[in-house]
Design a protein around this ligand. Structure first.
Ligand code: HEC
Ligand code: HEC
Length: 420
């Protein structure tokens, strides 16, 4: 391959001025006589047109954590330290066997490696695949279909979920008072007295008779303590962001050999077959919702994705614009939430994706090769009962990759993992 591109002649050192960053290359382009008429020799790395190179520059470096204004303890060290303890604590579950770390296992990229998650002594089947959480603080939405708008709300949904921790709000706050008072009080202030069992029964949450019999003020006390539990867990999860750059980021920064030639070919394909239509921006996600008809799990059934998540979001007492938010105005959606959401899932980040098989909301695609072959057919065909929703062919159109091209795309996806 002849590399007479913006990277200089042939093997020129990657740290020369125009190699430094795509943006710098783009600025150089402004002086080019005719930006539309570039030749083979003007390709960056012999592969990328100038426009492509500018597009690649928008995929890197990884962004800082998003601010979390709805949680005023989001970056509080004491909250994070307690959140870390909560993450490992099986007392936060109905049968005493479930901890966050049981599914989001720190030693395996914070996943469980299963297709569909399983929890509790009774091995209760969940409804979706366990996603990694190492980049959660960079995500606009939480959950495959965005049913929560913050990490703290998502954490509390996991605790209450009958298929996950299965712990009611009342049981949770009594556990906090019994086992976590010493960590709670220095951060969030004195715990209210919960010892009167008539005011604060041992068990229950919205919809149960015990809860409905409580005074609104006492319910508020419970939900306030519960929200603080979620906020502490979020503070911990925000510390998980990988610190080391992925080979891809080093490549974009000018360290050309950081990615193999095969991975660089894969990057070119990633742009040309249109993966970048949705997997764009520095998290390789547009954080928007799309149906791409990935297969559902036959044991779980059809997953309507965003169509049901919208109702969950609206009903969640811990939504960012709700009573327990520390900055409701920051979270209120600017426009009404879309309703044409059948089978849509939020575009997942591709950072670290090589470590998180199996893939898709139902974990039905075992390998990255399988994901690419799925995408190459434009999703499961319309009419196939194995998936819900309609694919937008302007975003994901069928293509016909050779085996070498599939391997190149996989090599590129692997280059998105930060080393340990
Ligand atoms: C039984 C396994 C299981 C347990 C236990 C569990 N999770 Fe999860 N987690 C999941 C699954 C499955 C999803 C995807 C949920 C969905 O989309 O419906 C998820 C999603 C998430 C997400 C959103 C990630 C993303 O990229 O969208 C966060 C954050 C999270 N969990 C944190 C937690 C915390 C904190 C706990 C403990 C309080 C916890 N989880 C307990 C399985 C589990
Ligand atoms: C129309 C938008 C769109 C396009 C185009 C697209 N994707 Fe995706 N991608 C998604 C969505 C949405 C999901 C999650 C779907 C689900 O779980 O049902 C996903 C899932 C994935 C996953 C699995 C991630 C995980 O954690 O399980 C990988 C890998 C992936 N895409 C890679 C690619 C590649 C490579 C291309 C190009 C061949 C591509 N995508 C094209 C939207 C898109």
């Amino acid at each position: 391959m002849l590399a007479l591109g913006l990277w200089g002649c042939g093997e020129a050192a990657p740290d020369s001025a125009s190699d430094a960053a795509p943006d710098a290359a783009a600025r150089d382009d402004a002086s080019a006589p005719d930006a539309g008429d570039w030749r083979e020799a003007a390709r960056v790395d012999g592969r990328f047109s100038r426009n492509e190179w500018v597009a690649i520059g928008r995929l890197s470096p990884p962004p800082p954590r998003l601010a979390s204004p709805t949680n005023r303890w989001a970056d509080h060290p004491g909250a994070a330290a307690w959140g870390r303890a909560l993450f490992d604590d099986t007392q936060l579950s109905g049968d005493g066997t479930v901890a966050c770390a049981g599914c989001h296992a720190p030693t395996t990229a914070f996943i469980d490696g299963r297709g569909i998650a399983v929890a509790q002594r009774a091995r209760v089947l969940g409804s979706r695949n366990t996603p990694s959480i190492v980049w959660s603080a960079q995500h606009r939405w939480q959950g495959w279909a965005g049913h929560a708008d913050s990490i703290w709300a998502q954490s509390l949904a996991a605790i209450e979920n009958p298929r996950e921790h299965n712990l009611s709000p009342l049981a949770l706050v009594h556990t906090v008072a019994r086992a976590h008072r010493a960590a709670y009080e220095p951060v969030f202030g004195a715990l209210p007295d919960l010892s009167d069992a008539r005011r604060f029964p041992a068990e229950g949450g919205p919809g149960t008779p015990a809860w409905e019999a409580m005074s609104p003020a006492d319910r508020d006390i419970v939900l306030r303590i519960e929200s603080n539990v979620g906020k502490a867990i979020e503070a911990h999860l925000r510390t998980l962001t990988p610190r080391r750059l992925a080979p891809f980021d080093r490549f974009v920064a000018g360290e050309r050999e950081a990615m193999s030639p095969e991975a660089r070919d894969g990057l070119a394909l990633f742009l040309r077959v249109g993966c970048i239509h949705c997997h764009n921006g520095p998290m390789l996600s547009d954080f928007d919702f799309h149906a791409i008809r990935m297969p559902d799990d036959p044991g779980v059934g059809p997953d309507r994705g965003r169509a049901t998540a919208l109702a969950e979001l609206a009903a969640n007492p811990f939504v960012g614009w709700g009573r327990y938010s520390d900055d409701p105005a920051s979270a209120r959606p600017a426009e009404p939430l879309s309703v044409s959401a059948e089978g849509q899932f939020v575009t997942p980040t591709l950072r670290g994706v090589a470590e998180t098989a199996p893939y898709g909301h139902a974990g039905t695609l075992a390998t990255l090769e399988a994901v690419i072959r799925h995408d190459a057919m434009g999703g499961l065909p319309p009419g196939d009962p194995g998936a819900v929703g309609r694919v937008n062919p302007n975003l994901l159109a069928p293509f016909h990759p050779t085996d070498a091209e599939v391997a190149a795309l996989v090599a590129f996806l692997r280059a998105l993992s930060s080393p340990e």
